[in-house]
Design a protein around this ligand. Structure first.
Ligand SMILES: Cc1cc2nc3c(=O)[nH]c(=O)nc-3n(C[C@H](O)[C@H](O)[C@H](O)COP(=O)(O)O)c2cc1C
Ligand code: SF4
Length: 424
């Protein structure tokens, strides 16, 4: 099968230089894009049915089409690559950034052209030091070859690109939080509308796209939307980087067709469970998705199919829970993360998450009380989507509410036995 996103990968070595990248067809898609009007680039991406890989799965071409275009549009406009990647269990963007930085840069230039942006930022997680070095080098190479700067390839397009290394908070990955941080302020979400496509960075039209989304763009332009849709086994276009972590035989990351089954990913690619461990549950797409269990193994991994069975594809990076790990302990760990990363802007999240974390710690340590589980359930309802400014708190509730649903007996045993049954 075609693996466009990872075709240039050679793990453990330096990524392709610009000369090597060009030899494999690099920057040809940019040349092709510059020959057609920006709106046609938007149309091709729309027809490809590329859905954003940052978690929510919004159609990329559609997102671009909300940007005001033409001579009367507010300027400058910005195209921002979201490389914050701090979701526990998610590590896909790092591979793309480290192993083929020019693929991201070419995609970002085409994205910027499609919305007529003059500036582009790559907003990178602080811990990704190797990626920072490689992206920095690749941006300098692209400037030298005339793919960035003034009058790119004599097309009249101007684009300045900068790498921004973030100070590092989970909230910096949320698109308005990210824009606040870029403006040099503390990261907070903003009320929507207006959306960033209309009023984003410094109040100007801005598109924020995830790294993996951006990596797809050059392949769509090069090979066309039909080819791109044909890579997939379902309605969502393209391939996807799927990852698996936990007690499987071969934890890792693979580029596979969108729409493969969860079972195929776990068994054929991740090698099934390690000797002596059984699958108890899994988070299909990072820490802010609902647990699935055995009964869901046939689900197709695409945005709509996973949603139909009550979870989300999220970032497509599966976290496996085995039968020797305490589910209450695992969820408590996640609640510690979310409580620490709450930006404090709205009350249910600021007050609710630390309270949940304390209750979970008490249950895990044998100090839980009858009624605690019902109180936790009540909290998940209070932090349902729409009750908070951003998706951090509702996202945090997904593993909790689904753990109570699938592993309620384990919560109850902690309380009745006044200890964690997994601790010797
Ligand atoms: C708390 C929080 C953290 C997020 N972190 C990231 C992140 O690290 N990377 C990312 O691409 N999107 C992240 N998102 C989603 C972004 O807000 C945004 O939807 C995404 O970058 C859009 O890109 P896409 O359309 O290409 O998927 C986060 C959202 C929330 C609520
Ligand atoms: S949900 Fe949490 S992280 Fe999001 S705005 Fe409210 S307080 Fe901040």
């Amino acid at each position: 099968m075609d693996k466009p996103l990872t075709q240039n990968f050679r793990i453990e070595e330096e990524p392709p230089s610009i000369q090597e990248y060009e030899k494999s067809g690099g920057y040809m898609a940019l040349r092709k894009a510059l020959e057609i009007p920006p709106q046609d680039v938007q149309r091709l991406v729309k027809e490809s049915n590329l859905r954003g890989r940052g978690g929510a799965g919004f159609q990329t071409g559609m997102k671009w089409s909300f940007v005001p275009m033409g001579p009367d549009a507010p300027r400058p406009k910005y195209y921002v690559v979201n490389a914050d990647e701090m979701e526990p269990g998610t590590f896909k963007d790092r591979y793309l950034l480290e192993n083929d930085p020019h693929q991201i840069i070419e995609g970002a230039i085409i994205g910027a052209y499609a919305i007529e942006a003059e500036f582009s930022y790559i907003f990178l997680r602080w811990e990704y030091r190797r990626a920072a070095r490689r992206i920095e080098k690749a941006i300098a190479e692209a400037y030298q070859r005339g793919y960035l700067g003034k009058n790119i390839l004599k097309s009249g397009m101007n684009l300045e690109m900068h790498l921004h290394v973030s100070a590092g908070r989970y909230m910096c990955g949320e698109e308005f939080g990210l824009l606040d941080a870029l403006e040099g302020r503390r990261a907070h979400p903003r009320a929507k509308p207006p959306f960033p496509q209309v009023c984003g960075l410094w109040g100007r039209p801005t598109v924020v796209n995830n790294v993996e989304t951006v990596a797809n763009i050059r392949h769509i332009i090069m090979n066309g939307p039909e080819w791109y849709r044909g890579l997939s086994l379902s309605g969502d276009g393209g391939t996807k980087l799927f990852g698996v972590s936990g007690k499987v035989r071969r934890p890792g990351l693979w580029e596979l067709p969108m729409g493969i089954s969860l079972e195929e990913l776990l068994v054929e690619h991740a090698g099934g469970m390690q000797e002596g461990y059984r699958l108890k549950g899994l988070l299909p797409g990072g820490a802010s998705t609902d647990f699935l269990t055995h009964e869901h193994l046939q689900v197709k991994l695409d945005f709509d199919s996973v949603q139909q069975i009550g979870s989300r594809l999220g970032t497509g990076t599966v976290v496996v829970l085995d039968d020797k790990t305490c589910p209450v302990g695992m969820v408590h760990n996640l609640m510690e993360f979310f409580a620490r990363e709450s930006c404090g802007w709205c009350t249910p999240c600021r007050e609710g998450l630390p309270w949940i974390e304390k209750t979970m710690a008490a249950i895990e340590n044998g100090n839980g009380k009858p009624g605690d589980i019902e109180m936790l359930e009540e909290q998940t309802r209070l932090m349902a989507p729409g009750n908070t400014f951003c998706a951090l708190a509702p996202g945090a509730m997904e593993p909790l509410q689904s753990a109570i649903k699938h592993f309620r007996d384990d919560f109850e045993r902690h309380i009745s036995e006044r200890r964690c049954p997994w601790r010797k």
